[in-house]
Design a binder for this molecule. Structure first.
Ligand SMILES: Cc1ncc(COP(=O)(O)O)c(C=O)c1O
Length: 403
């Protein structure tokens, strides 16, 4: 038998499968109510628009749509994004924008062009699992910063910046997994520290448009575009299956990411870029985003109400102003991964928080997605989970014990 294990590169030893993708396989049975994935609501997909756009593109521009294309991305889509991101005092052009196959691809390529083995990188703890997985091969030294209801605790950052990290990775709006948002005052202070210590920042913002309460806050990129690599995505505002996102960044870093892009996949599919452009170019997002907000606001509100009603008082959770997730904190002695095994028997699923954390923290946390399930499923699912938790917590010392 040929032994592939002997052939893997050393860096492949650090790679691992996404636990969420593994859990998603388990939860795809129709009788399980899943709060596990980060999936948008399928009923929100603009199917008819996409169909018409695909028809039009294939009828009128099939040669460009099906041919090899520019690595930078479709010029008219880059213009659209540049215009949408421009603000008074911040004018973007297509030269500031690179189209990628989803923000996830950008995270992977940023790793390749900026990170060396053992580099010091600053992250929120917990942080986005897809970033931790993408950057795993670099064997990074993470410096973690705690978060509270106002996001990253910026007062912890200066001491870390003194140690000259290469970059900080952040999801400032409705973070995945916690749902928390970095306040305006903290953004300003963070930008001051980034300037003072010359640290680069990756601002990953796939959820920025999905705000259900509170006021929009300027991005770090708006506050100071020189040190920021901004990642945007159509996944949550049009459809993730089209795999189109973008990077907005200063030319030197954008050029390097472009080189990585050329060796990764040459370019993002022109067909999907043209479809997206056709869908969004005439003001569609101005109607669609309010619809998404209304849909997800209701789902968030129902989930929060059900948590109040059915979860035992020892359990806490975040109350996000937007995005797709909230995070639940169980009493210290209850490991969420163990709870999940029982939850699946009770036909409800979530993602345990361990993997979002750097280090040993977070074993008593779990992430709940509220965008994908219907309202009645949210009601039934949270009740099931609440009943299970009550059962677990009345057992003396808890049903489970952490080793
Ligand atoms: C924080 C964060 N970044 C990036 C991504 C990936 O987005 P995309 O679909 O654009 O690759 C996700 C998706 O869930 C995410 O939550």
């Amino acid at each position: 038998m040929f032994n592939w294990n002997d052939k893997f590169a050393a860096r492949a030893a650090h790679m691992k499968r996404s636990s969420i993708r593994e859990i998603l396989k388990l939860t795809q049975k129709p009788d399980i109510i899943s709060f596990a994935g980060g999936l948008p609501a399928p009923e929100s997909f603009p199917v008819e628009r996409v169909r018409q756009a695909a028809d039009k593109v294939l009828r009128e521009r099939f040669n460009d749509a099906l041919q090899y294309s520019l690595s930078e991305g479709l010029p008219e889509l880059r213009d659209f994004i540049a215009q949408r991101m421009s603000r008074p005092g911040l004018t973007l052009t297509r030269d500031n924008i690179l189209i990628v196959g989803g923000a996830q691809q950008a995270i992977d390529m940023i790793g390749r062009v900026l990170l060396d083995e053992n580099d010091r990188v600053v992250v929120e703890n917990p942080t986005y699992l897809g970033m931790l997985i993408a950057w795993k091969p670099y064997n990074l030294r993470y410096a973690t910063v705690d978060t509270d209801n106002d996001g990253l605790r910026v007062e912890q950052v200066e001491a870390i910046f003194r140690q000259k990290p290469k970059l900080i990775y952040l999801v400032p709006n409705f973070q995945n997994p916690q749902g928390v948002t970095l306040s305006f005052a903290r953004r300003r202070e963070l930008v001051r520290l980034l300037n003072k210590y010359q640290v680069a920042v990756v601002e990953d913002n796939p959820y920025g448009d999905l705000r259900y309460s509170g006021e929009d806050i300027p991005s770090l990129y708006e506050l100071d575009s020189n040190q920021v690599i901004y990642l945007g995505s159509f996944s949550k505002i049009v459809a993730p299956g089209l795999r189109v996102g973008w990077v907005a960044a200063p030319p030197p870093i954008l050029d390097k990411i472009l080189e990585a892009k050329q060796s990764t996949d040459l370019h993002t599919s022109p067909l999907t870029q043209m479809i997206i452009h056709e869908v969004v170019k005439d003001g569609f997002l101005d109607e669609h985003i309010p619809r998404l907000r209304a849909l997800y606001r209701q789902r968030r509100d129902v989930m929060l109400q059900m948590l109040e009603r059915y979860f035992p008082p020892e359990v806490q959770w975040s109350r996000p102003d937007g995005g797709l997730f909230l995070m639940v904190t169980l009493p210290k002695h209850v490991p969420a991964a163990e709870l999940l095994k029982h939850a699946i028997q009770h036909k409800v699923a979530f993602v345990p928080g361990d993997d979002f954390h750097v280090g040993e923290a977070g074993r008593n946390t779990l992430r709940l997605n509220f965008s994908n399930a219907q309202l009645t499923q949210i009601e039934v699912g949270i009740q099931r989970l609440g009943n299970l938790l009550k059962e677990v917590l009345v057992k003396e010392g808890g049903l489970f014990a952490l080793p």
